[in-house]
Design a protein around this ligand. Structure first.
Ligand SMILES: NC(=O)C1=CN([C@@H]2O[C@H](COP(=O)(O)OP(=O)(O)OC[C@H]3O[C@@H](n4cnc5c(N)ncnc54)[C@H](OP(=O)(O)O)[C@@H]3O)[C@@H](O)[C@H]2O)C=CC1
Ligand SMILES: O=C(O)CCC(=O)C(=O)O
Ligand SMILES: [Mg+2]
Length: 418
């Protein structure tokens, strides 16, 4: 398609997706990227530098990434005009090129625009937010045995209170909905119905089961011991409780899981390895204490959108913080890789922060494309740089004898250690 402001590189080709969702990856694929707001301008160039080096070292001139900048957030308002935060053609390009990567985007608290990150996930129906959490040897951690934390979070990405369906206190809409709830639905539990904002929490069977299906499939493909459904279903019975019930139902009906000792836990035999996979559930508040006390009891996590947001940052802290916590947003045929952290405005433009989160998101992207040699090199480079204690401020302030590097210098250190 013809784009207005996006310059399509002449020397690359498009990744295409087959009906079974496998990818046809050319040797010189065009990969769209969104630089991102705040520290996006710091971490995105660092990520590109590391990816280019890993690809070149792995494949010489036979393969390369052909980067194509697309715009969302503050940069979009400069390129397209003051009110254009997410141009339609950006969404079109992310769809057309199937695999892309983005830096963080600012969302104001309270008023102002709604989250562009959430909008992008919703518009492209990127229903699974996948965030692996593992420890790299030598990374400072607040827990005594960080190596015990090795989980992959599958966060539902399209529903829940996070979808942003809510109305401001005293607006006509809020008053109308509150009146409807009281007069037509018999609701008596709105404690203060004057000056009351109100939000809606949609959670569906289809939305839950497509997410849980991905989580269980991940456990099967990677021979992992368990999938845990994390919910607050004792309190929010028909949303979070239903998530748990629909999750078990899917495990039984789709994967042949059987109740364990009468249930509710289930077990299934991994068809690829013959090993057992336990499907279990835990209430979210208990889970948040157990990941500190007994993290080795958890492997794959399937959870709702808001829980997944909180859990991502909490787990990341156990293994060194959101500076190295990667992620992917995956739907049917489209995948957008992104860091777990935000725009950290106080560090923007200082060449200071840890680019590890976006670099490891790119590592996930290369693996998604089947370029495993380059992905492996990024891990090797990251391990080497950390082992040599050449790190950014977030690690350096907690590591005795470490050498403090800038964001761009840490990218170079990763390249040198590949
Ligand atoms: N997917 C996305 O695009 C996301 C966007 N956001 C948005 O980002 C904005 C800022 O959010 P905020 O709550 O401050 O969260 P941030 O994740 O941006 O930053 C919080 C703190 O985390 C640490 N941190 C974040 N990134 C890095 C990094 N790369 N390297 C080292 N440390 C890092 C810093 O800690 P310290 O101060 O200790 O050094 C920082 O002050 C908001 O508008 C929010 O909506 C938030 C999350 C995700
Ligand atoms: O969209 C935002 O600004 C925040 C998103 C976020 O925190 C996340 O997805 O982890
Ligand atoms: Mg978050």
């Amino acid at each position: 398609m013809a784009y207005q402001k996006i310059t399509v590189p002449a020397d690359g080709d498009k990744i295409t997706v087959n009906a079974d969702l496998s990818l046809n990856v050319p040797n010189h694929p065009i990969i769209p990227f969104i630089e991102g707001d705040g520290i996006g301008a710091d971490v995105t160039p660092a990520m590109k530098r590391v990816v280019d080096a890993a690809v070149e070292k792995s494949y010489g001139n036979n393969r390369s990434i052909v980067w194509m900048e697309v715009y969302t957030g503050e940069k979009a308002t400069k390129v397209y005009g003051p009110d254009v935060w997410m141009p339609e053609e950006t969404l079109e390009a992310l769809r057309e090129y199937s695999v892309s990567i983005k830096g963080p985007l600012t969302t104001p608290v309270g008023g102002g625009i709604r989250s562009l990150n959430v909008a992008l996930r919703q518009e492209l129906d990127l229903y699974a937010c996948i965030r692996p959490v593992r420890w790299f040897k030598g990374v400072p951690s607040p827990v005594t045995a960080p190596e015990k934390t090795d989980m992959v979070i599958f966060r539902e990405n399209s529903e829940d209170i996070y979808a942003g369906i809510e109305w401001q206190a005293d607006s006509e809409e809020a008053k109308k909905l509150i009146t409807f709830l009281k007069e037509e639905m018999g609701v008596t539990k709105i404690r203060f119905d004057e000056g009351c904002g109100i939000g809606i929490k949609p959670v569906s069977k289809e939305g839950t089961q497509r997410l849980v299906r991905k989580a269980i499939q991940h456990a099967i493909d990677n021979d992992l011991p368990s999938v845990t459904l994390v919910h607050k279903g004792n309190i929010m019975k028909f949303t979070e409780g239903a998530f748990k019930d629909w999750g078990y139902e899917l495990a039984a009906e789709r994967f042949g899981a059987e109740p364990l000792d009468g249930g509710p836990w289930h077990k299934l035999v991994n068809p690829k390895t013959g090993n057992e996979i336990i499907i279990k559930d835990v209430i979210a508040d208990a889970f948040l204490q157990q990941i500190l006390m007994r993290p080795d009891e958890y492997s794959v996590i399937a959870t709702l959108n808001l829980n997944g947001d909180y859990i991502s940052d909490a787990l990341a802290a156990e293994v060194g913080g959101i500076g190295i916590a990667p992620g992917a947003n995956i739907g049917g045929s489209v995948a957008v890789f992104e860091a777990t952290h935000g725009t950290a405005p106080k560090y923007a433009g200082q060449d200071k922060v840890n680019p590890g989160s976006l670099i490891l998101s790119a590592e996930m992207m290369l693996r998604h494309m089947g370029w495993t040699e380059a992905a492996d090199l990024i891990i090797k480079g990251m391990e080497g740089a950390i082992e040599a204690k050449t790190v950014t401020y977030d690690f350096e302030r907690l590591m005795p004898d470490a050498t403090l590097l800038k964001c761009s210098e840490f990218a170079e250190a990763i390249v040198e250690n590949m």
